[in-house]
Design a protein around this ligand. Structure first.
Ligand SMILES: [Zn+2]
Ligand SMILES: [Zn+2]
Length: 335
């Protein structure tokens, strides 16, 4: 029993370590290095030699070994272990895709093979998948800020007082579960619909477009958004794409930055929902929530959200109970 547990633990930790060499993972060394090259080129091009000073925080040992960063690493490892146990192995993408595929057939959507050229199918699939994936990430994130019950858990991500690329993993497992189901839903819906319209072409589609998009996003500096390197994309591009500076505003504890820039890749969702705030190379930001959770270690990051959540639930139940009691109170004439 103990041997099996020790073996599982070692295997999971080895898998976590191998993420650093895996090109499908955002924290692969290749992307950590490519992010610094992208920042180096853009800052040098804009500000010459003085621009390179702006890159210093990315290589600062004090940032990478800050107590907030150490909490990020611990949460990353523990969440991997927890989620691998919590998420049922039977709940795979294949099961959901098959179920949805038969559901569409029951609704009369069958034998719709359009027979379009492969490259056109790849392009349409990549676009649909990208839009559905990016919007659903934006929307779940927006809900996590707007609902106090969800914010109780999302505050963990915002409690980081310094940002490193590993802050992306600083989440509560409840948020991890929510994003797992989001991803499962989006992938299953998009793939099952494409199976109905383009049977025999979907496996080709899956490999190509989505991988290329993810690779480009990561290679072009996705890691900079969780870093102290302030980099905007310039007036025109800022309106369309979420820059590192825009996500850093999202992590700001200043009141005028509150609830801004929920997007991942496209800035258009924020513009539609009225939460967009342009980033600037010269912004100065203090990261964190400004609350006690900012100073808690890993244990507090796991337990404090449950305390906030249950205190919110109990407040709601008590106020509902009081309201009902008030409505049912007999009037003077009745008594
Ligand atoms: Zn957030
Ligand atoms: Zn973030």
């Amino acid at each position: 029993m103990f041997d099996a547990f020790a073996f599982w633990l070692l295997e999971e930790l080895a898998n976590a370590g191998s993420s650093l060499f895996d090109l499908s993972k955002r924290v692969s060394f290749v992307y950590l290095i490519s992010a610094s090259i992208v920042a180096f080129v853009l800052l040098w091009w804009r500000y010459g030699n003085t621009g390179l000073n702006r890159l210093r925080t990315y290589f600062s040992w004090r940032i990478w070994w800050h107590s907030s960063s150490r909490t990020d690493y611990v949460l990353w490892l523990i969440n991997r272990l927890l989620l691998s146990v919590i998420i049922p192995k039977t709940l795979t993408q294949t099961v959901w895709i098959s179920w949805l595929f038969f559901f569409w057939q029951e609704q009369g959507l069958s034998n719709l093979a359009l027979g379009w050229p492969d490259m056109l199918v790849v392009a349409i699939f990549t676009l649909c998948y990208f839009l559905a994936d990016d919007f659903s990430r934006f929307f779940v994130h927006w809900c996590m800020h707007k609902s106090p019950f969800l914010w109780a858990f999302h505050q963990v991500h915002h409690s980081a007082t310094v940002l490193t690329p590993f802050t992306v993993f600083r989440t509560h497992p409840v948020e991890g579960l929510l994003f797992f189901f989001r991803s499962l839903l989006v992938q299953s819906v998009v793939i099952s619909v494409f199976l109905v319209f383009f049977p025999y072409q979907v496996s080709l589609v899956q490999v190509f477009g989505v991988l290329v998009t993810t690779f480009l996003f990561n290679a072009l500096g996705a890691n900079l958004r969780h870093s102290g390197v302030v980099l905007s994309y310039g007036e025109k591009i800022e309106k369309w794409l979420i820059s590192p500076a825009q996500h850093q505003i999202h992590h700001s504890n200043a009141l005028h930055h509150y609830d801004r820039n929920f997007g991942v890749m496209l800035a258009v969702w924020d513009r539609i929902f009225g939460s967009w705030f342009a980033g600037s190379d010269d912004q100065t930001i203090c990261f964190g929530t400004g609350q006690t959770i900012d100073h808690l270690g890993p244990w507090g990051q796991y337990t404090q959200p449950f305390t906030s959540f249950f205190s919110l639930v109990s407040h709601r139940v008590i106020s509902l109970f009081k309201k009902r009691k008030k409505n049912h109170r007999p009037t003077a004439n009745q008594s």
